[in-house]
Write a protein that binds this ligand. Structure first.
Ligand SMILES: Nc1ncnc2c1ncn2[C@@H]1O[C@H](COP(=O)(O)OP(=O)(O)OP(=O)(O)O)[C@@H](O)[C@H]1O
Ligand SMILES: [Mg+2]
Length: 241
């Protein structure tokens, strides 16, 4: 039986999509069968991060509303043995899709995949309730900014209320030269204000930004400091999920 991991954040632009694409790519590289679901209805990004934007015919909304079968909406990333994308629709849905539909979809996917990774939309509104409906665990992505840390805590509280007890967080876009200046929250300050355990920190690195913009999960290249760090983070997440 597979596991559903939600990647979420309170504040926007912190790196959920980059994190989700790399988590999916790394797990697939390790031999797991993985599906990445983009739940940013109307504002999809994951397809670009994976370089699959020209391959989308059907999307997750088509599946949830019964327009197509699950298989028809699964796009294979040929660079990896078993990595699939289920994209979000390009336009916001007008049809009613409920959290129950999402839960059913996740349960079906769990029979055929080891990991189902959900790239959630930013925030804590009903879009999150839909994205989180089938989640077994969650990874909260945040950055060293006071606003982002407070939003991460608010999101964490909500996920707890939703019954997602397995939660971890990742601090992304860490700039070593700014840490310890007292001008932004330090890692230990963030750790003190968050309930769940930290899975790790990811540095701000322009190579991550460039790779994401060019449809390449950066972990694809093995042996870099980024890839090694990502593997450790993923190990902690998998252990706890
Ligand atoms: N560690 C990093 N170093 C440098 N750039 C990064 C890093 N992580 C993410 N980025 C860049 O930050 C931007 C936002 O990343 P991303 O789209 O993954 O965030 P998001 O949380 O999914 O945003 P949204 O709220 O729009 O869904 C992108 O331009 C991405 O390339
Ligand atoms: Mg995103």
């Amino acid at each position: 039986m597979g596991k559903v991991i939600l990647i979420a954040s309170g504040k926007g632009g912190v790196g959920k999509t980059v994190f989700a694409s790399n988590a999916g790519a790394k797990l697939a590289q390790q031999g797991y069968k993985v599906v990445l679901i983009d739940m940013n209805m109307g504002l999809r990004n994951l397809d670009i991060c994976l370089g699959l934007e020209n391959k989308i015919v059907y999307d997750v909304a088509d599946v949830l509303s019964g327009v197509c079968r699950i298989k028809q909406a699964l796009i294979k990333d040929r660079r990896f043995p078993e990595l699939y994308l289920m994209s979000a629709p390009q336009n916001k849905q007008k049809t009613e899709i409920t959290p129950l539909h999402m839960k059913v979809l996740c349960n079906k996917l769990k029979r055929n995949f080891d990991y189902i990774i959900i790239d959630a939309l930013t925030g804590i509104d009903e879009g999150l309730t839909l994205a989180a409906a089938g989640a077994d665990s969650a990874v909260i992505v945040t950055v060293p900014e006071y606003a982002a840390v407070r939003d991460a805590d608010a999101l964490d509280q909500l996920l707890l209320e939703m019954g997602i007890t397995k939660r971890m967080y990742v601090i992304n876009k860490v700039m070593a030269n700014l840490m310890g200046t007292g001008l932004i929250p330090s890692i230990s300050e963030i750790a003190e204000s968050m309930r769940p355990d930290m899975a790790g920190i990811i540095q701000y690195d322009e190579n991550i930004h460039l790779a994401a913009n060019n449809g390449l999960p950066i972990v694809y290249k093995e042996g870099t400091y980024i890839e090694k760090n990502f593997c450790k983070i993923l190990e902690r997440i998998i252990e706890a999920s």
